[in-house]
Design a protein around this ligand. Structure first.
Ligand SMILES: [Zn+2]
Length: 396
């Protein structure tokens, strides 16, 4: 379980490759709703606007090469940060995004409304938004939520793997590791959802427990987003979405942005990972004793045992099986891409980083999706949800 946790904790040319793809797709707006680069920027001091090929999944130039038009950057810290430290750390990550954008005003823009977002896209700038991945970062204070909104945060994941006192996580609800009773959202948690609806900040249902999920669906008046979640029926891990949840998100007009992590796509991944951990137990124990962060541990192993770990990557096709599944269950209007790049240490074969997004478009075409439907999956569905939450006349 400990190592299982370690791996969870490790846990943009502006047109989609126009040479290879049909002309009608050249105006597709490619959106990714979950990229963890900012954690690496703050913790590992990697610089986004430099060539990081072979080091990270993402950098500015490869995002341009991959045709990403809108990026939602994840703001993340784990449960070691709490009252008095989590909000400050989150702001450090936001500061790093502001610094990157300030250095690159011709190619990046932080956007605060649907109008600004579409304007940035038209100007061929990477439209940058952020999402706070974990309710603990508001430190039980709605003023902090408002502050995040003012700084361009447009979703809050109500809880990450760690529950808050007002929102239980999928991990805690399934593994009973944190006893908050009752499970779900308490009155303060419902107040958070209502305030987000008022502000125009999307409610992110990734990572939250089922009880919390159903409380959210009964409370929200706007469409929700699952910023980086895959399908439970195909890969039964605790934080993938079950069929009734997928149907409820579709009924709510929301969107499920499929996560690329091999462990969430391929049900055999953890079995293979457990065998790998067993084989390298001594090394794990010594690293554990040195109390390195989950992310640093993941990076260490992925570099040292690259070939072994590469063999465990999910097949490329699996990502599309998850997309197909959602489309067959509820239609093509409720699915998109939430890569989790730079927050995961294993992506499907062929998806080495943000430069590989055009391969996704190619595979969707190969699978028979119409150009109209591909535009929806690449970004149109997300844009619908973002617009339905947008409240540009609101707090700035
Ligand atoms: Zn996550």
């Amino acid at each position: 379980m400990r190592y299982f946790l370690i791996f969870f904790l490790t846990i943009d040319f502006w047109f989609v490759n126009a040479q290879k793809l049909p002309k009608n797709l050249s105006d597709a707006i490619l959106v990714d709703t979950h990229n963890d680069f900012l954690s690496k920027a703050v913790e590992d001091h990697v610089v986004f606007d430099t060539n990081l090929k072979g080091i990270t999944h993402s950098d500015l130039f490869r995002m341009q090469e991959g045709g990403v038009r809108i990026q939602m950057f994840s703001i993340f810290c784990d449960e070691q940060y709490g009252l008095g430290s989590a909000f400050a750390f989150a702001n450090q990550e936001l500061d790093s995004l502001f610094a990157i954008v300030a250095r690159n005003p011709k190619s990046m823009q932080i956007v605060y409304s649907y109008r600004e977002l579409m304007d940035a896209v038209k100007k061929h700038k990477l439209a940058c938004l952020s999402g706070v991945e974990g309710g603990h970062m508001i430190e039980n204070n709605l003023v902090y939520l408002d502050s995040f909104y003012r700084r361009g945060v447009r979703y809050l994941t109500l809880s990450w793997n760690n529950s808050t006192s007002w929102s239980t996580s999928a991990m805690d609800e399934t593994q009973h590791t944190f006893i908050v009773t009752p499970y779900g959202l308490n009155d303060f948690g419902k107040g958070v959802v209502k305030r987000m609806n008022q502000l125009g900040m999307m409610v992110d249902v990734s990572h939250i427990g089922e009880k919390t999920f159903w409380d959210v669906m009964a409370t929200t008046t706007r469409p929700v987003i699952a910023s980086h979640s895959s399908v439970y029926a195909l890969c039964p891990v605790f934080r993938n979405l079950k069929d009734d949840q997928i149907k409820a998100i579709a009924k709510n007009g929301g969107v499920i942005q499929v996560n690329f992590f091999s462990a969430f796509l391929d049900s055999s991944y953890f079995k293979k990972m457990n065998a790998f951990v067993k084989m390298h137990q001594t090394e794990y124990d010594s690293i554990d004793a040195a109390k390195r962060s989950g992310m640093a541990t993941g990076d260490y192993f992925s570099k040292k045992y690259k070939n072994e770990l590469d063999n465990m990557r999910a097949p490329f096709s699996y990502l599309f099986d998850h997309i197909d599944y959602i489309v067959k269950l509820v239609g093509v209007d409720y699915v998109g891409l939430g890569s989790d790049f730079d927050g995961i240490d294993s992506a499907p074969v062929g998806l080495d980083g943000v430069e590989d997004y055009p391969k996704i478009t190619e595979e969707l075409l190969r699978r028979g999706y119409s150009e109209k439907d591909i535009k929806k999956i690449l970004g149109g569905n997300f844009l619908r949800v973002y617009k339905a939450n947008d409240n540009s006349a609101g707090l700035r």
